[in-house]
Design a protein around this ligand. Structure first.
Ligand code: KIV
Length: 249
């Protein structure tokens, strides 16, 4: 798919699915399911590397994850997160975005509005994905943002500025439904919500929540569509018991 296809989906009222993936096996699964956008999220820090914050994942690691996803899903539209600090000034931002594209991404996602960096990347013809609302790289709390009129107005204005850069999409994280709706109606770019209500042009969730790959409490907006945690622990227990009984050969 191309950026234009996502704009056409918005125009035709066809919701866009995005899901995070970080390796070849799950990328292959997402491609088989024809998910329109695969996100190599910096949530890899938490769900793949066991770190505490998304800000801890390195540029090198993001390139390795992106490359693995590209191998598993060669025909999918892949968006890779620019890790924390990699986009703070335009020259480095362009170099880092180029590395992710060379590793297999079709677009890079940037949190917030580092305008000069966004412009430098766009000018080189690299597809951008914005990310507004709750910004996990710098957030000190994971509560909903944009609740006050002032905060909502600020996020709305940021979305309008971002829209002038014609991003491939704008991710809106953990904002009130009314704000998600207002932004989605005001932008040409498709909005992809995660905890932003039902009026965004698409939705994104973290793969490990969708498949229930961990025993932890889910964020309020996440949903399970399977229980890989239970299936996996049971399979490992069965495996162990076969080894103990010496019936595996
Ligand atoms: O890194 C990530 O998983 C994300 C999603 C929360 C959108 O940015």
């Amino acid at each position: 798919m191309l950026k234009e296809d996502f704009y056409a989906m918005k125009k035709n009222g066809m919701p866009i699915s995005m899901i995070t993936v970080y390796d070849s096996a799950f990328a292959r699964m997402a491609e088989a399911a024809e998910i329109e956008m695969l996100l190599v999220g910096d949530s890899a820090a938490n769900v793949m590397l066991g770190m505490n914050k998304t800000a801890e994942v390195s540029m090198e690691a993001m390139c390795i994850f992106t490359n693995a996803v590209k191998r598993g899903a060669p025909n999918s539209y892949i968006v890779s997160d620019m890790p924390f600090g990699s986009d703070s000034e335009p020259k480095a931002a362009l170099q880092n975005a180029t590395r992710l594209i060379e590793a297999g991404a079709n677009a890079v996602k940037i949190e917030g509005l580092p305008l000069e960096s966004l412009r430098a990347i766009k000018e080189k013809g690299i597809d951008l994905v914005g990310h507004l609302g709750l910004l996990p790289q710098t957030a000190t709390s994971f509560k909903q943002v944009g609740k006050s009129d002032e905060e909502a107005e600020k996020i709305f204005e940021q979305a309008k500025v971002l829209d002038t850069l014609e991003p491939c999409s704008i991710v809106l994280e953990h904002v009130p439904e009314a704000l998600g709706k207002k932004i989605s109606q005001a932008t040409n770019a498709p909005t992809i919500g995660i905890g932003a209500g039902s009026y965004t042009d698409g939705q994104v969730l973290v793969m490990h929540d969708v498949l229930r790959m961990h025993p932890f409490k889910l964020p309020p907006f996440a949903k399970n569509f399977a229980n890989f945690w239970e299936a996996g622990v049971n399979a490992f227990c069965d495996y162990k018991s076969w080894v103990r009984k010496k019936i595996l050969y």
